[in-house]
Design a protein around this ligand. Structure first.
Ligand code: ADP
Length: 625
């Protein structure tokens, strides 16, 4: 195994986070110890993919005739495991940077998250971040990596570590190109040096790896490039394992798309939708979910050229005959072939989602709840498909219990004949929205209102403007078309409104008292049980958007709002009575300020509660005298 050292050994320290990561892996992956095998095979297969690609473009490679394969050697008596590939290998710097440190910022993010989410399924999280190589330390106490890069001038190196704090690197005399990784299994895991055990795992997890995998000289995998098979040849179990392999996931996918396109552009694709969104959908690692192949030769992991940003959660493989094999990254970026593939893939994925929405609502809902926040941003970036995406939007609604979602089509189908606008209200969550006084009129008149609880909604819904010729309106805006309320038969005099002169006179006092604090004061048609509410002028920002900008610490001068008063409310009537007696009555003036600040409080915009509380105490004192 170990070749003789020709140079002195150097010791390097792991970064602190790596120790933390190792600890986590050992303690959270113990239920899936076989994962290390999948990770090592996956790395070997990547390294072989890279060399297969280089062979087409570079003449000069170390060990040019080496067969491209993965060799696993086992020794159950000594509990030894070795995996060797004839892939691209690693330079000294690569050994230090790729194996010896947490190079991936996603991994650091993962560590932070895992600390925050103490209780979530750690194995799920680990799947999302692909901790890869380090998983071997679950089954062994010391790992030896010997490698030589494909560059003919390269040297061989041996890397040794116990995974706890440091590693050493020394130069060795190695003729073979590629990498060998060997270790002695801990007693608890000695099963992984048994041929039958390793064989069954490889068959299960890695059957489709496109290079021969030999275990003790016998080839065990059989399928190869799975995406080239026809639909009938594809078995679900294999598809699921293939997905886990490409997506680094533990769970099977939510659904998949298998395409074989011939025509102006030719390609085959296997595209998967995962079950769960990554922890941070918008950040989502380096966007490496889609592997691009040209004629079965792996080119790059890069979804960017194959899918628009809003679909970057997809995983899978695209294999085309129409790209030259020696294609570079710069060329793929500007290639018309890629642009065509991208447009076809996007349309097909949207059709698949439409099909789910129509025929398998549960599946679509699951998709939407996981990926909706990113998916819906397509409205503002993919204008060619904007209408399709709008149809695929879903919202909570006052017509449905909490948690259920409806489409704009559902909404429109329930609209009353007299209603010509689609109403929505945005806010942090359903419970807060339900209490918003601006909903009172709609509830009383049984008019459906969409409840926008996803923070992304306020960035996209206002841009829709119209759906099926009905305009979309926030019920927090001043200009909605509310019908003048018809008087209920059983309206008692208590519910009767103040007359216009009294209202106008009271509004004048409100305006005088509030001055520059408000844009205007008007009578409200939308209030039923509350005395006042704040709404935004026609050109104003959606209040939820304003709250979010504040949360993101953006400089926003709070926009002035319109205070609407409810002339049927007893408190407003009482104030009117005080106003008729003496428009400078201190209780009247204090009550106006108090009402205004209560509305600010509900709106989430009361900056200084001290005065509010003092005034309330004062008013209560007077009321209880
Ligand atoms: P990941 O595969 O997710 O990048 P790993 O921890 O498994 O993370 O591997 C880190 C890096 O080490 C790889 O990206 C690759 O650059 C390098 N590496 C690992 N195994 C091999 C191998 N067998 N041959 C060449 N490079 C390898």
């Amino acid at each position: 195994m170990a070749e003789s050292s020709v140079n002195s050994k150097k010791t390097y320290k792991f970064k602190a986070e790596l120790n933390q990561l190792l600890h986590l892996i050992v303690h959270s992956l113990y239920t899936h110890p076989e994962v290390f095998l999948r990770e090592l095979i996956s790395n070997a297969s990547d390294a072989l993919n890279k060399i297969r690609f280089m062979q087409l473009t570079h003449q000069d490679l170390a060990d040019p005739d080496a067969e491209l394969k993965i060799k696993i050697s086992l020794d159950p008596k000594k509990q030894l495991f070795t995996i060797e590939d004839s892939g691209i290998g690693m330079t000294r710097d690569e050994l230090i940077n790729n194996i010896g440190t947490v190079a991936n910022s996603g991994t650091l993010k993962f560590l932070e998250e895992i600390q925050k989410n103490g209780k979530t399924q750690k194995s799920d999280l680990i799947g999302q971040f692909g901790v890869g190589f380090y998983s071997v330390f679950m089954v062994t106490d010391e790992v030896i990596v010997e490698t030589r890069h494909a560059d003919p001038d390269s040297k061989g190196y041996r890397w040794i570590s116990n995974g706890k704090g440091s590693f050493t690197i020394e130069e060795i005399d190695r003729k073979k190109r590629g990498t060998s990784i060997s270790f002695r299994l801990k007693d608890d895991y000695k099963e992984f040096s048994e041929t039958y055990r390793v064989k069954s795992i490889v068959k299960k997890y890695s059957n489709f790896v496109d290079f021969p995998i030999e275990i003790d000289k016998e080839k065990v995998n059989s399928v190869g490039a799975l995406w080239r098979l026809s639909k009938d040849e594809l078995k679900e179990a294999e598809l699921n394992e293939f997905y886990k392999f490409v997506a680094n996931d533990f769970e099977p996918p939510l659904g998949h798309l298998h395409l074989s396109i011939e025509g102006a552009v030719n390609f085959k694709a296997l595209i998967f939708v995962p079950q769960k969104a990554p922890l941070n959908l918008f950040y989502d690692m380096e966007n490496k979910g889609i592997h691009l192949y040209a004629n079965r030769i792996y080119i790059q992991d890069d979804a960017k050229e194959l899918f628009p940003e809003y679909l970057k959660f997809l995983r899978g493989v695209v294999d085309t005959e129409d790209l030259p094999l020696n294609i570079s990254r710069e060329v793929t970026q500007h290639s018309p072939v890629m642009a065509k593939i991208k447009s076809i893939l996007t349309t097909r994925v949207l059709s698949m989602l439409e099909d789910w929405a129509k025929n398998d609502a549960g599946k679509y809902e699951k998709f939407y709840k996981n990926f909706g926040p990113l998916f819906k941003t397509g409205i503002n970036s993919d204008f060619a498909n904007r209408d399709k995406i709008i149809k695929l939007l879903r919202f909570e609604s006052t017509a449905k219990p909490k948690g259920e979602i409806v489409s704009l089509d559902d909404y429109v189908s329930r609209m009353k004949e007299s209603q010509n606008e689609i109403y929505y209200l945005s806010g942090k969550n359903r419970d807060i929205l339900e209490k918003n006084p601006n909903l009172e009129y709609f509830r009383k008149n049984d008019i459906e209102v969409l409840l926008l609880t996803d923070p992304v909604d306020v960035f996209i819904v206002p841009s829709i403007n119209e759906y099926e010729k009905k305009s979309l309106k926030s019920i927090e805006k001043a200009d909605i078309n509310l019908e003048e309320e018809k008087k209920d038969k059983d309206d008692t005099s208590e519910n009767e409104s103040l007359n216009n002169t009294m209202v106008e006179s009271l509004i004048a006092v409100f305006k005088e008292t509030l001055g520059e604090k408000v844009e205007d004061v008007t009578t409200s048609k939308r209030l039923v049980n509350s005395p006042v509410t704040l709404v935004v002028g026609k050109e104003g920002l959606d209040p939820q958007l304003e709250r979010m900008m504040k949360m993101m610490n953006q400089e926003v001068t709070p926009q002035k709002k319109i205070l609407e008063i409810n002339p049927r409310h007893q408190l407003i009537k009482n104030l009117s009575r005080l106003n008729i007696g003496n428009s400078h009555d201190p209780i009247l003036r204090e009550s106006i300020l108090q009402l205004y600040e209560s509305a600010l409080l509900i709106d989430g915009n009361l900056a200084n509660p001290t005065e509010f509380i003092q005034r309330m105490t004062n008013l209560m004192e007077k009321a209880t005298k």
